[in-house]
Design a protein around this ligand. Structure first.
Ligand code: DGP
Length: 112
């Protein structure tokens, strides 16, 4: 499949991994928008939030189970933001479901 994040999962494109288990991978964003900017993805290809359903939602729950541990390891003691862009209006550029963890600075109230 011609998907950048599937290639990262397969090890065909290098990434700086911060967490990995059987179903989830987390790695540093190549264009960080905050001092800490990590992407958490399911290893299985799901195109976006729109592709989440009863068959595959367990991995989404699992992603949210691992996020607090990643944030703690990154010492995001003052908080962090979790964002998933879905579709072109939201600015999704990689069509493989991913959750941005942004931290290390104060966030504005704007979502962008
Ligand atoms: P989004 O705009 O929500 O689809 O976010 C996609 C993010 O993926 C964007 O912040 C940049 C990041 N990204 C794109 N290609 C790569 C890559 O090859 N490696 C890494 N580490 N991040 C990438």
């Amino acid at each position: 499949m011609n998907c950048i994040f599937c290639k990262i999962v397969a090890g065909e494109i290098p990434s700086t991994k911060v967490y990995e288990d059987d179903t989830v991978l987390a790695f540093r964003d190549i264009q960080p928008m905050a001092p800490t900017h990590i992407l958490v993805i399911p290893k299985a290809h799901i195109p976006s939030v729109d592709g989440v359903n009863g068959e595959n939602s367990a991995v989404v729950a699992h992603i949210f189970e691992v996020i607090p541990g990643i944030a703690a390891k990154e010492k995001l003691v003052n908080g962090y933001r979790v964002v998933s862009n879905c579709g072109s209006d939201a600015g999704q550029t990689v069509p493989h479901l991913h959750f941005h963890i942004l931290g290390g600075r104060e966030m504005t109230l704007e979502m962008a």
